[in-house]
Every structure is written in structure tokens, then in C-alpha cells.
Design a protein around this ligand. Structure first.
Ligand code: SF4
Length: 353
């Protein structure tokens, strides 16, 4: 295997791109690692990035480890939504540290800029990440290195510290000028990319963490598809369009309940929650999902009966229902997720942004 000088975390954002280019300009061999999970990352774009930016990138799936961290409760708390930015960075740094030997690399580089984010890129937070990830001396932040203590790679002369930068604060002017210097044609758009920072996604994801006893990455993939409804621990996801219906195919489990209106076009729906589903919950779910089939609704108004096929564990059954939007199954709200998240906050937590 080719040996590298350093491993750079590459999110696909401008700062991580410039970090890699800045080090490569010194003639260093840099392997970029693109971490992904149900919440962030685009492994399908890796090939595109290789071509447009000339980077050497591997995609690394951290989904299950990430969900474990969420399940245990992030030690440094959540940010403004369900984003545990500090624990997220610690997790990625630890994973990268564990990969150094495999790539023959001796340092880690990341694109953080001092003061760019209100919480996760404050000086004290950057130090917490160094300490808790066990990467003090190993982690180089080339874009703001002039404001930080020299790392082992700089002290040994492997990295020329005089060619590292002293960016500071929230502006993107310096980054854009550097991108221009490197002739970057495709400037990544700022922000975006992490679903955990968004209210709409927190509303979807939080009930999974609250109600599923041992959630795994695929549970959060299901939460990201269709409309979400909960009744206690019974979880129903109703597809909004063909794309949602197709997405279910990749994550459907044998014990899930798959609902489909018989004889009319309409959505698919997936019920998850195992033994918590009783006959009444199944009937309500079938009624609710049938209400999202306009043709079934019209037929019911004309007095025709509506049947819903339900498949689970390889067995199919059929239930006659009236399509009903009124239901005990409720869509989770951002406000209730926010109240529960904020109640978890502890004094002294640096949390995320
Ligand atoms: S926004 Fe926060 S939680 Fe999301 S990927 Fe970035 S550091 Fe991680």
C-alpha cells in the first residue's frame, strides 16, 4: 500500500479542500478521508471530487459508531439542534488516529479555523477535541496553525510551518482568495451537509433515539424517508413519492410491516417497532396510509371498500379500512424534540454550534 505523510479529514467543504491543497503544495502525500453516516457525507461524490480537485480520497462509513455515540449520549452535549459537534469531531479524530498506521501516515490534518464557529471552533473547544481524541501533537490545523502550538509534524520539519496560515474568524474572504490562487473551479457552498443541524431532521431523528431501544444506522435512514408518525413505540413511515417508495427497498427488514393499498396507486408505508404493534395499531396505520392515496379516498367516498395489503415476516394479509387522516399516530414536532434536547443540557457543556 502507498504510504502517506498525513491523513486529512475531507468533508467536501471549502476549508477541508484548502487544507488538503495547502499541504499537497508542500509536496506532502496526503490521503483525504471522507467520513459518512446517515446524517452527513456523500460517498457517491468521492469520485467527482477526485476528478475535479485532484485529491486522493477514501470514503469511511462511521454510521454505526456514530449512532452508538448518540445512543450513549454525547459527552459534550448537543448544539442548537441534534448536532453533537464536539463529540462528532472527537469520534472522527479518534477514527483517523486509528487509521494512521494503516496508511503509514504520521499526522492528521483538519480544516478548522479558530473562531469560525461559535462553539466547536473556539480555542478551548479545539483543545478539548485534542485531549479527548488523544491527538495532541498529532492534529495539525493548517488554516489557522499560526495561532496554535506547533505540532510534531511541524517540529520535525516534515511540514513547513512557515507555509501554514493564520486564518481567524467567520469570514470566507481569505478562503475564497486561496481557492482562487489554487485555481479551484468548483467552490463548495458553505454550510449544509449535516442533517443533524436542521430542525426538520431533528424532528425526524429524535424519536428514533427516544423510542427505539437499540437503534442502528439503518433506523435513521428510515427516519429520513417519507412522512414520520409515532404511536408510542410503533413507528410508521409513509412514502411521499416514488423515490421514497424505492428507498424503502434498501432498508426493509423481514419483521417490518409493509403496507400497500390494494388496487389503487398510492404510497408504500413501513411499520417498525416489532412486538409493540397490536391489531389496533396496524388498523390505524393502514387507515392513515390509505388516506394518502387520493384515488382510494375518492373510491371510499363513492362507497367502495378499500383493502390494504400488509406483509411481514414473509406473510401477507389484507385489511379493509376507511382512509382516515385523523389518527392517534402523530407526526413528531421540532418543538417537542427541542424541549427534550434542551432539558439535557448541563452547565459547562461546550456542546455543538
Ligand atoms: S455539523 Fe457538527 S455534528 Fe454535523 S458533521 Fe459537522 S461537526 Fe459533526
Amino acid at each position: 500500500m502507498k504510504h502517506y505523510d498525513g491523513l486529512a479529514l475531507f468533508s467536501g467543504g471549502l476549508d477541508s479542500l484548502l487544507t488538503a491543497l495547502l499541504l499537497m503544495e508542500q509536496g506532502l502525500a496526503i490521503k483525504c478521508l471522507h467520513f459518512y453516516s446517515p446524517f452527513f457525507g456523500s460517498p457517491r461524490r468521492v469520485q467527482h471530487w477526485r476528478e475535479v480537485y485532484g485529491l486522493d480520497i477514501d470514503a469511511v462509513d462511521v454510521g454505526d459508531a456514530y449512532v452508538d455515540m448518540l445512543r450513549q449520549g454525547p459527552a459534550h452535549g448537543f448544539g442548537s439542534a441534534m448536532n453533537p459537534c464536539v463529540d462528532c469531531k472527537i469520534l472522527m479524530m479518534k477514527r483517523t488516529r486509528g487509521l494512521l498506521a494503516e496508511y503509514g501516515a504520521s499526522f492528521i490534518a483538519s480544516g478548522e479555523v479558530l473562531g469560525q464557529r461559535p462553539m466547536s471552533q473556539r480555542r478551548d473547544t479545539l483543545n478539548i477535541i485534542l485531549r479527548d481524541a488523544g491527538v495532541r501533537g498529532l492534529l495539525l490545523r493548517p488554516l489557522c496553525a499560526q495561532h496554535l502550538e506547533p505540532t510534531q509534524a511541524e517540529l520535525s520539519g516534515l511540514v513547513d510551518r512557515s507555509r501554514l496560515l493564520g486564518f481567524n474568524g467567520r469570514g470566507r474572504k481569505d478562503q475564497l482568495a486561496l481557492a482562487q490562487k489554487y485555481g479551484v473551479q468548483e467552490i463548495p457552498t458553505p454550510g449544509g451537509g449535516c442533517k443533524l443541524t436542521e430542525k426538520e431532521n431533528t424532528r425526524r431523528f429524535w424519536p428514533v433515539l427516544r423510542h427505539v431501544s437499540s437503534p442502528v444506522a439503518d433506523d435513521f435512514r428510515l427516519a429520513d424517508i417519507g412522512r414520520q408518525f409515532w404511536l408510542g413505540q410503533c413507528w410508521l413511515s409513509i412514502g411521499r413519492h416514488q423515490q421514497d417508495n424505492e428507498a424503502y427497498a434498501g432498508i426493509l427488514r423481514n419483521e417490518d410491516l409493509l403496507f400497500k393499498v390494494s388496487g389503487f396507486p398510492g404510497p408504500l408505508a413501513v411499520g417498525r417497532g416489532g412486538r409493540t404493534w397490536d391489531a389496533e395499531a396496524v388498523r390505524m396505520a393502514a387507515s392513515l396510509m390509505a388516506s394518502y392515496s387520493p384515488k382510494a379516498c375518492r373510491a371510499a367516498e363513492e362507497g367502495r371498500s378499500i383493502a390494504v395489503n400488509i406483509t411481514s415476516n414473509g406473510q401477507s394479509s389484507q385489511l379493509e379500512v376507511a382512509p382516515l387522516r385523523e389518527s392517534l399516530f402523530k407526526e413528531p414536532s421540532w418543538e417537542s424534540a427541542r424541549d427534550e434536547l434542551y432539558a439535557l443540557r448541563k452547565p459547562g457543556h461546550v456542546s455543538g454550534d
